[in-house]
Design a protein around this ligand. Structure first.
Ligand code: SF4
Ligand code: SF4
Length: 368
């Protein structure tokens, strides 16, 4: 890939113009309802200029200052997940024929070419995990696959981690290393731009890119290194599998169950959680039905209901399932932990439950 170049801030609109001309719907960060979410971008004026996020366990607040930067925040509640794995979608419909037979009509996957600007390293790592789950097993998901093929990803390296972030300890950030079409490092005066794919190289060729001053590169690199050093949280180890399964009867599971509301916020905001439920909705005339998939969570009672028996009937068992799967048996399924250190489950938990603290309490020093 070509060496990075420099895109002055006044020319940043050219990126949106080039993506739009290439046929992409441009999504990027905007402030909505007091949080940063991915929305359709009309122009770079829509970006959250001077906006920073303050996150703590159970706390997410936005603050503003006079900074020219548009990406000086860590993350919002929304990762890439809902753009690819839809919160709710129809998979097929069925209809009864006059001969008494039933015909099934799969819903054709639909996907507009979509460019997402501002993707973080942790979310690229989560996307890689979701790709493994939805595309690389024996039954690739056509809906996810159609959206994934039409995606153009513009990553932005993190320079301002929240207090809830711990991607440095999971090895997933704050620098976006791979999995993007373009990567940006934001400086006050503009952006260091690096292409990460042939599509990205073509797009860079359409931008008014200037030579990058070595001092600008040093500043950009230094800010990313400082962002890693500034992180206040860490998991005890990147592989807690054996330690978690050796502690299935640890008293901490009961302790966390006293605080956990089984609300499902953590699994909803988690960029790697993929549990879902499927429902069949018959029409009132009894002649047709609609089969849908929607997000579910291991914190719901119904998720573990098998043949009329709820396997995980209380919160202790549900929280334990979440943590031992996320940080434990993911290693068996996908070759790594299911946590990319984004910290969303910490900030968006109404009880302020902190996965790093719970993992440390259960595993203690009993891990590799
Ligand atoms: S478990 Fe929490 S910190 Fe880890 S990826 Fe999911 S939301 Fe992010
Ligand atoms: S850990 Fe927090 S966010 Fe997750 S289900 Fe329990 S209360 Fe809700």
């Amino acid at each position: 890939m070509a060496a990075p170049g420099f895109l002055p801030r006044p020319d940043f609109q050219h990126l949106l113009t080039a993506l739009t001309a290439a046929g992409y719907l441009c999504l990027g960060p905007k402030v909505r309802d007091g949080a940063i979410t991915y929305e359709e971008l009309g122009s770079t004026d829509d970006l959250p200029r001077g906006v920073h996020d303050h996150q703590q366990p159970g706390v997410y607040r936005l603050q503003r200052d006079e900074s020219p930067r548009c990406f000086a925040w860590a993350n919002g509640p929304q990762a890439l997940k809902p753009l690819l794995f839809a919160p709710h979608e129809v998979l097929w419909t069925s209809a009864a024929g006059s001969d008494g037979g039933i015909t099934f009509h799969p819903k054709k996957p639909e996907a507009l070419p979509t460019a997402v600007i501002g993707v973080r390293a942790c979310d690229l790592a989560a996307l890689r995990l979701q790709d493994q789950h939805f595309l690389e097993g024996p039954f690739p998901d056509p809906h996810y696959g159609a959206r994934r093929r039409n995606l153009f990803l513009v990553a932005v390296h993190c320079t301002r981690p929240a207090a809830t972030c711990f991607c440095a300890s999971t090895g997933d950030g704050p620098r976006a290393e791979s999995g993007f079409d373009l990567a940006l490092a934001e400086l006050d005066e503009g952006f260091m731009v690096t292409a990460g794919s042939p599509k990205g190289e073509i797009l860079v060729g359409q931008l008014p890119i200037q030579a990058l001053d070595p001092a600008q590169q040093a500043t950009a690199d230094g800010e990313i290194v400082a962002a890693a050093l500034a992180q206040q949280r860490a998991l005890p180890s990147r592989n807690l599998r054996d330690s978690l399964f050796a502690n299935l009867h640890h008293p901490r599971w009961e302790d966390v169950a006293q605080r956990c509301l089984s609300c499902t916020n953590c699994s909803s905001v988690c960029p790697t959680c993929f549990c879902h439920a499927e429902t069949e909705e018959p029409a009132l005339d009894g002649l047709s039905s609609t089969h849908s998939r929607q997000w579910d969570s291991c914190f719901t009672e119904g998720h573990s209901a098998i043949h009329g028996i709820v396997i995980r009937a209380d919160t202790r068992l549900r929280y334990r399932q979440w943590l031992t799967h996320k940080l434990g048996s993911w290693h068996d399924q996908y070759g790594r932990s299911g946590c990319v250190g984004c910290g969303r489950c910490i900030a968006w938990c109404p009880a302020g439950i902190d996965i790093t603290a719970e993992a440390a309490a259960v595993c203690g020093g009993d891990h590799a």
